[in-house]
Design a protein around this ligand. Structure first.
Ligand code: NAD
Length: 295
């Protein structure tokens, strides 16, 4: 069994991007600029946005954090998005989800200009992804593709079972694995909470990608000998022995499953760190595409 070390790969990717930024500076070009919009005070969201902004600084990007109060109206947020769309200095921006209940998430995601949509959630970008056109691939699925690529894991013709059909992980992942090329060319089964006899399906899989948010859900008896396991799940489980009062747990029972498989991502240190690295990659791509358009 080999660990798919997302932490290590994400650091390599960040180093590669930082080297690009140095070259941009040498050419006298503007460096990529990412803005992040945070509405409210959700603890996990604050942590995520904070680390996105810090990562930008570390690799030499410009970053802007737009913090709005919990009671922000939909209209005020849409106005802010319009400003960011029109601000030529900003190459890409994200609106951290979830949003407070008075705001329609779909309306907000639709308002982001597709050229600046570095999360890849706009329907135009999502559609382009499905049509195998140039776009921004959502960061978490993009990170999984990069892990498969850098470990040179064969995906062609492999039966890939994705558990979870969310718009940000499971659904795009199922599309990406079925696209032409590498990583892709897989035969994909997308499963979800209504799937019957899931274990019978996962047992047939060469690659299992779990994105359901249910700690230790996938057990050894549900997987085939030698399978590749990608665990997207991140759940905070109460833990008195941890100073934070919780620990992070994936969807895969690692101790049970790992001895049986060929490759597996740990949690933490697997898919999680890749997500930020690929957001930075998308921001770099946004800058390059922006520059190419204005030349
Ligand atoms: P979600 O809650 O939006 O969707 C969960 C999906 O799992 C649903 O489609 C549901 O049908 C399916 N599901 C639930 N129970 C199931 C069951 N028993 N059997 C089969 N399918 C079942 O989740 P999401 O936003 O995609 O997130 C999934 C997990 O991934 C969460 O733990 C989340 O924290 C984590 N996540 C991690 C990253 C990262 O950077 N690593 C990024 C996004 C999400």
């Amino acid at each position: 069994m080999e660990i798919l070390d997302g932490k290590k790969i994400s650091n390599q990717i960040k180093d590669e991007i930082a080297a690009e930024v140095v070259k941009m500076k040498e050419r006298g070009e503007k460096v990529p600029h990412l803005a992040a919009v945070l509405v409210g005070n959700d603890g996990a969201s604050l942590t995520y946005v904070g680390s996105k902004v810090r990562s930008c600084e570390k690799i030499g990007f410009d970053s802007t954090l737009v913090k709005l109060s919990e009671d922000t109206t939909e209209e005020a947020l849409l106005e802010k998005i319009k400003e960011l769309n029109e601000n030529d200095d900003i190459d890409g921006f994200i609106v951290q989800l979830p949003l407070p209940k008075q705001i329609d998430e779909q309306k907000v995601l639709m308002a982001i200009h597709p050229d600046k949509d570095v999360d890849g959630f706009h329907p135009m970008n999502f559609g382009k992804m499905a049509l195998e056109l140039e776009t921004f691939i959502p960061a978490t699925p993009f990170g999984i593709l990069e892990i498969l690529k850098r470990y040179n894991i064969e995906t062609s013709g492999k039966h890939t079972v994705v558990i979870g059909r969310s718009h940000i992980v499971g659904r795009p992942m199922s599309i990406l694995m079925s696209r032409k090329g590498f990583p892709g060319d897989a035969t994909v089964t997308l499963t979800h909470s209504r799937t019957k006899d899931l274990a019978a399906i996962t047992k047939e899989a060469d690659i299992v990608i779990t994105a359901l948010g249910s700690p230790d859900f996938l057990k050894a008896e549900m997987v085939k000998e030698g399978a590749v396991i990608i665990d997207v799940g991140i759940t905070r489980v109460p833990d008195d022995t941890n100073p934070k009062g919780y620990r992070i747990t994936g969807d895969v029972d690692f101790a049970d499953v790992s001895p049986k498989v060929s490759y597996i991502t740990p949690v933490p240190g697997g898919v999680g760190p890749m997500t930020i690295a690929m957001l930075l990659k998308n921001t770099l791509l946004a800058r390059e595409r922006h520059l190419a358009k204005t030349k």
